[in-house]
Design a protein. Structure first.
Length: 74
C-alpha cells in the first residue's frame, strides 16, 4: 500500500511540474486588411478573376458558402 502511495505521489508531482513548465503558445498576428486592398494580396491565374462578395461587418465568421444556378452566393 505504501509503495502505491509513493508511486502515485511521484507521478502526480512529475505531472504537475511538466504541466506548469509549459509556456503559453503565442501565435503571430497580422493586421487586418481593408476589403478594397485585399485583392492585391492574391495571385490569380490568367483567365480567372476574383470578386469581393462579402466583407466585415456583413460577414464576421464565414463557415460555409453555396451558389445557386444563377450564380448568387448564400
Amino acid at each position: 500500500m505504501q509503495r502505491r502511495l509513493i508511486a502515485w505521489l511521484a507521478l502526480t508531482s512529475c505531472a504537475s511540474v511538466i504541466c506548469q513548465a509549459a509556456d503559453e503558445l503565442k501565435f503571430p498576428t497580422t493586421p487586418p486588411t481593408e476589403p478594397q486592398n485585399a485583392a492585391k494580396t492574391f495571385h490569380v491565374l490568367d483567365g480567372f478573376q476574383m470578386q469581393l462578395i462579402a466583407a466585415e461587418p456583413l460577414v464576421t465568421d464565414p463557415v460555409a458558402i453555396t451558389y445557386d444556378e444563377d450564380g448568387r452566393a448564400y
